[in-house]
Design a protein around this ligand. Sequence first.
Ligand code: GDP
Length: 197
Amino acid sequence: MEIKSAEFVMSNSDVTKCPKDLLPEYAFIGRSNVGKSSLINMITNRKSLAKTSGRPGKTQLINHFLINKTWHLVDLPGYGYARVSKSSKKTFQKFITDYFNQREQMVSAFVLVDIRHKPQPIDLEFMAWMGENDIPFSIIFTKADKLKPQAILNHVADYSAVMMETWEDMPNYFITSSSKEMGKDELLNYIHEVNEN
Ligand code: GDP
């Protein structure tokens, strides 16, 4: 699938005010700085559709983009920003759980993780929550250009081992680099296939 049109629809801090139509939607989420905005811009062929926030963790908005007039790409706020207070962490959790629990249009989520890092508790906890709540998701490994091919394989194998230990399963995953346009076709073809079924 090629993205021919990508339009900003709305930003929202209230899930009940998100678009009312029933277009399928795909949500992108991950720790602040994981490369989410860069990935969204890469797959949509746009330089700054998703804005990189100067103050990560500050803006808690659900951003809807209409893609090819047929589905929504949803940019969720980055989590795990060290400088936010406990109470804003709680608010954030509620915001995200409300989104996933209430948006029936949500077909699948993509949890972004930096391929260079070992599995982080915050990502594992988030994925565990997704699993417990039967929310379908794939992992997107980002910044693969920072590693050599063999190191990419080793890091994915290490990640899989941790996932298998905990959940006896490794979710569907994609290896991407926004700077090298890696993984774009695989990801878009996957979304296309899910949309067709
Ligand atoms: P976000 O906070 O998750 O939206 O992350 P950004 O897209 O703003 O990226 C955070 C930082 O990582 C920026 O300095 C980007 O230039 C860098 N970055 C993002 N994607 C890649 C990538 O694929 N490769 C490399 N080398 N750097 C990346």
